[in-house]
Design a protein around this ligand. Structure first.
Ligand code: MG
Length: 276
């Protein structure tokens, strides 16, 4: 979480900065209050990230499939009429369909491009233009050519400049140059530049979990809202929800979420407690 460490540095430099702080650990008292509030509510919205939240993150795709335990938890929550269970993931629709498609829950893929409500077909909820890639791609390629070890990666809605394998000092110089070049080029384009861990990502501004979460939230009058996620893409969800929603980050970190849980196991414990 490079951005988080950078943010901590900034926090210590500026005392009056507004913005996310460290989330509080979700104690047993809060745990019990959440479960009580869940049972009291008659319309509930559950926004759940997948990788690193419901299942442990892994570099090995074959291990990313949900196990029986999490399928059972989601299935029980989805079967309750008062619940709107939404798995909102960066993964594409084919992955979500294959592994979670049989469940009676809403699936949102590619950070909010695709949605499938239970019993319906997948549909695009965010129409995306990728014309900006033609402008940006050559700039990234130029910085690959001049930085041994760097690489460009293209996904459906983003371009990324990876520099993990580049020599660090040269990479730092090139990164600064690249950011400068991109800032002037992207001011008229609907894209965001995101500083990741040894990667600079350029993506459509309209593709973010916050927009998809807003659409879910607007669908009904909820008296219980909970959102759980483990990385910066989930911060967009935490920030759009009202303050009476329970927002939970997985892992202690600087976050817009109110609370944090330590692990996937703790997330499962909380979700299981809703069904007892
Ligand atoms: Mg995640």
């Amino acid at each position: 979480m490079q951005w988080a460490h950078d943010f901590m540095d900034k926090l210590t430099q500026t005392a009056d900065i507004q913005g996310p702080l460290l989330a509080k650990q979700l104690t047993r008292t809060v745990f019990d209050r959440i479960v009580t509030d869940y049972h009291k509510a008659s319309r509930r919205l559950l926004l759940l990230d997948y990788d690193g939240t419901l299942t442990r993150s892994t570099d090995r795709p074959e291990r990313a499939a949900p196990d029986e335990e999490i399928k059972r938890i989601l299935s029980r929550l989805g079967a309750v009429k008062a619940n709107e269970v939404v798995v909102i993931s960066g993964r594409g629709k084919s992955f979500l369909d294959e592994h979670l498609g049989e469940l009676d829950i809403t699936l949102i893929g590619a950070h909010g491009v695709w949605m499938r409500e239970a019993g319906t077909e997948w549909r695009v909820i965010e129409h995306i233009s990728n014309e900006w890639k033609e402008t940006i791609e050559p700039i990234l390629q130029l910085h690959v050519d001049r930085t041994p070890g760097a690489a460009v990666e293209e996904t459906e809605y983003s371009l990324a400049w990876h520099y993990r394998r580049a020599e660090p000092e040269l990479a730092a110089v090139r990164l600064a140059e690249l950011k400068d070049a991109l800032l002037s080029l992207t001011s008229n384009l609907d894209v965001s530049i995101v500083d990741g861990n040894k990667v600079l990502e350029i993506k459509n501004t309209n593709v973010n979990k916050g927009r998809a979460a807003t659409a879910c939230y607007a669908k009904d009058q909820w008296d219980f809202v909970i959102a759980i996620g483990d990385d910066w893409t989930d911060e967009d969800i935490f920030t759009i929800l009202p303050s009476n929603a329970y927002t939970i980050r997985v892992g202690a970190d600087v976050s817009s979420a109110t609370y944090y849980l330590k692990s996937v196991a703790e997330v499962r414990e909380l979700l299981s407690a809703f069904s007892t």
